[in-house]
Design a binder for this molecule. Structure first.
Ligand SMILES: NC(=O)c1ccc[n+]([C@@H]2O[C@H](COP(=O)([O-])OP(=O)(O)OC[C@H]3O[C@@H](n4cnc5c(N)ncnc54)[C@H](OP(=O)(O)O)[C@@H]3O)[C@@H](O)[C@H]2O)c1
Length: 306
């Protein structure tokens, strides 16, 4: 691994098409900015297109020739995910990087349009469906990569996906967030296993940003709590740009093999430069993972090609 890896290590990405979900703010926005700076074609997959166009304007102010596009995607709604996939396929023939970044954290109990508990639905099931619907493009593109976002919040969790009902009476918002992120991490490993066992050239990698200063924290809480949370983040965490480095590393470094879990190398994984971590190998359980896959296919109605 390259020491002290930053976005200045990114190679020329001309000709590569990337999708970044949750691209209008935080880590997703920083990811788009760095990919566009290095000549990738970037599709900002956003639930609110106005926010998407604002992000495009910001990117274009820094890089006027950036090849950036906005497409609407609401991970809260399987119909929107299908619509997004169709529109993307009509416009683009290849997909080099699918960056499943969008996320919500510890909201009050609610369900997605299709009735899933919202964190499990948006953070995990939505991205499971999106990846499955785009799989033909991914597989057809040489050295393509799918990036899934984990979290420190998942590192102390045990997988309870089968028991995970997400019903209001059992809802524990922090636990649900951790389970949703653990599911994304298991998905990344399982997808890599399936690519490799079928001799498919694509790669699947999980990563986490440590603790990064973004809008994720304090959303929905009172103004004072939100301000205190964000002030303490400034003290302990890292910038949104540095939070994007594990994603950018996973998506662009030529030495990445697939199956890795990338996160910051600093104390407790809170900040630092991207490095390969062992924790996912320790948490991973093959049986749980393949059961989660079957459950996800049945819940979303998206059947993978393998
Ligand atoms: N920041 C951290 O320290 C940290 C730590 C661990 C993991 N993460 C992960 O990093 C990822 C990015 O988060 P962030 O910190 O950059 O937070 P953020 O600034 O709040 O960004 C989250 C993005 O997800 C989008 N999103 C939310 N619900 C969506 C939906 N239903 N459909 C489509 N997009 C949706 C948001 O769009 P709107 O603007 O429309 O809401 C926003 O663009 C998340 O997966 C998060 O779990 C972050």
């Amino acid at each position: 691994m390259t020491r002290e890896w930053t976005k200045s290590n990114i190679r020329d990405l001309s000709g590569k098409v990337a999708i970044v979900t949750g691209a209008n703010s935080g880590i997703g926005y920083e990811t788009c900015l760095a990919l566009a700076e290095n000549y990738a074609t970037v599709v900002l997959a956003v639930r609110n297109v106005n926010k998407g166009f604002e992000a495009v304007d910001k990117i274009k102010r820094e890089f006027p020739n950036a090849d950036v596009h906005v497409l609407q995607l609401d991970l809260n709604d399987l119909a929107s995910i299908r619509e997004f996939s169709q529109q993307f396929k009509q416009k683009f023939r290849s997909l080099s990087m699918l960056i499943n970044n969008a996320g919500i954290m510890v909201p009050p109990y609610r369900v997605t349009k299709d009735g899933f508990e919202s964190q499990f639905g948006v953070n995990y099931l939505g991205h499971f469906a999106l990846t499955g619907l785009l799989l033909d493009r991914i597989i057809a593109t040489p050295d393509s990569r799918v990036i899934s976002l984990g979290s420190l919040a998942a590192h102390k969790q045990k997988p309870e996906f089968k028991e995970f009902t997400g019903t209001k009476t059992k809802y524990k918002k922090f636990k649900s967030y951790g389970q949703s992120k653990l599911a994304c991490m298991f998905f990344a490993k399982e997808l890599q296993y399936r690519f490799r066992s079928r001799n498919i050239d694509s790669k699947s990698i999980a990563c986490h940003p440590g603790i990064a200063q973004t809008y994720l924290f304090g959303k929905g809480s009172r103004k004072l709590t939100r301000r205190l949370t964000r002030a303490s983040l400034k003290l302990i965490g890292q910038s949104a740009e540095a939070g994007a480095y594990p994603i950018l590393y996973a998506a662009t470094e030529p030495s990445v093999r697939g199956g890795e879990y990338i996160g910051p190398d600093g104390k407790k994984g809170i900040k630092g430069y991207p490095t390969e971590l062992n924790i996912l190998d320790e948490l991973f359980d093959e049986n749980v993972s393949s059961n989660l896959w079957l459950l996800s296919e049945s819940l979303t109605g998206v059947k993978y090609l393998f």
